[in-house]
Ligand binder design. Structure first.
Ligand SMILES: [Zn+2]
Length: 417
């Protein structure tokens, strides 16, 4: 992606959020922004206003896209429901646990994840991105989208028929592969999901082989090969006594009714800039807001961490959250916030301002955690260094931390169970 694409990409993400704010007048964010910035008018007509918050400024920057590009944004919005119902990592989210608890090669887990989220470069996908190709499946000629390759195609049906998984029939046509997985989970939850993941991967692999001129395996051969592949993996990775523990404990949620803001900073010497990451979640681990902000300043690590805290406090305030735990992996910054001892001079001003802002919250606390408990914010900070713009998400998951956020909540669930 070039510079313009990146910028458009970020604006598009913001536009999607702007669209959601426009479409969902009942959300907290909508009501909050409405009261403050467009009390007598609509989001479409809203102006920047006096002393706009960072968040509002970002949304206004993207507003033109919201208004002019509403069509494709709506198109994306259609997936939101499935995403929210089944993927937003609530502690009992079956899908999240399913994928991340599999004992199989990572590439299979990631592939299954991408299949369920409908992000494979199928011909239909390429066409919708403007690539001029015939969308017909190489095997049967029907339009090739994710669900077709992995389930609906005649070849896929043969493969599932040969498989010793003996999957249940799904009596109605499906459009999303996630629907298929969801049905199987309903009807036959105890299947060998690792073999399922391997077979899904095998189907895509065959699709690619044929697409680039290779010979397709028979359905029988493919199923036996995938069984063999998995058998070898299990043989090499069988820990005889180590209990399988999918993830080290990571993020912990705040008390019910509270919010937790995780913050981190990252410094890039080569690029002479630094990045700030903020992720704010509720007690269920759902994202209230997240920020990836790039600062074109040659700051040191400590200063960047302090700036990250300040931004985190500001974002929590902008989102209308008033009972917040602020977490960072910088012990110096956290101590500076919670003790009267003056901090190192280079962060004195930032800390003073932060303390003033904190005084406006109902309740707050500042907690130091190890980096392993602060990974989502860490990834947001790293991302800030690589993107050219700052991006804010509201009640939505930034794609590059989706996996981390899911892992955090899954491990939380494992801790409880
Ligand atoms: Zn086909």
């Amino acid at each position: 992606m070039g510079f313009r694409d990146l910028k458009a990409f970020n604006l598009a993400l913001l536009a999607k959020q702007g669209w959601r704010i426009q479409q969902n007048p009942n959300t907290l964010v909508h009501r909050m922004f409405k009261a403050k910035y467009f009390a007598d008018t609509t989001f479409k007509e809203a102006q920047l206003g006096r002393s706009p918050s960072y968040l509002w400024r970002s949304l206004m920057a993207a507003k033109d896209i919201v208004v002019s590009g509403a069509r494709w944004v709506v198109g994306n919005g259609e997936n939101v429901k499935i995403w929210e119902d089944r993927w937003i990592p609530t502690p009992d989210s079956f899908m999240v646990r399913l994928v991340w608890n599999l004992n199989c090669p990572n590439k299979l887990k990631q592939f299954l994840w991408r299949s369920c989220r409908n992000i494979l470069p199928t011909k239909h996908q390429l066409k919708s991105r403007g690539v001029d190709i015939d969308v017909g499946c190489d095997f049967c000629g029907i339009c090739e989208f994710v669900e077709h390759v992995l389930w609906g195609c005649k070849f896929a049906a043969e493969v599932w028929g040969e498989s010793r998984l003996k999957l249940p029939l799904i009596p109605y046509p499906t459009e999303e592969f996630l629907e298929v997985v969801w049905e199987i989970r309903d009807k036959k939850p105890d299947i060998d999901w690792e073999l399922f993941a391997a077979t899904v991967w095998g189907l895509w692999n065959q699709r690619n082989t044929v697409r680039y001129g290779g010979q397709r395996k028979t359905a029988h051969r493919l199923t036996r090969d995938m069984e063999e592949y998995l058998r070898e993996f299990r043989h090499e990775n069988s820990p005889p006594c180590k209990p399988s523990r999918p993830f080290a404990p990571t993020w912990t949620p705040p008390k019910q009714g509270w919010y937790k803001a995780n913050m981190d900073g990252a410094v890039s010497k080569e690029r002479d800039c630094c990045g700030i990451g903020v992720v704010i979640r509720n007690a269920e681990g759902q994202i209230m807001g997240a920020m990836s902000k790039r600062l074109e300043l040659p700051l040191k690590a400590l200063e960047t961490e302090a700036m990250a805290i300040q931004e985190g406090i500001q974002l929590a305030w902008d989102l209308g959250l008033r009972d917040v735990v602020f977490e960072s992996d910088s012990l110096t910054v956290i101590s500076a916030l919670s003790s009267p001892t003056p901090p190192p001079w280079s962060i004195q001003k930032v800390i003073e301002e932060s303390k003033l802002s904190l005084g406006c919250f109902n309740t707050w606390s500042a907690v130091h955690v190890r980096q392993s408990r602060n990974m989502a914010a860490h990834l947001m900070a790293k991302n800030a260094i690589t993107v050219l713009d700052s991006v804010v998400w509201v009640e939505d998951i930034p794609p590059f931390i989706a996996m981390q956020v899911s892992k955090d909540v899954s491990s939380l669930n494992a801790d409880l169970g």
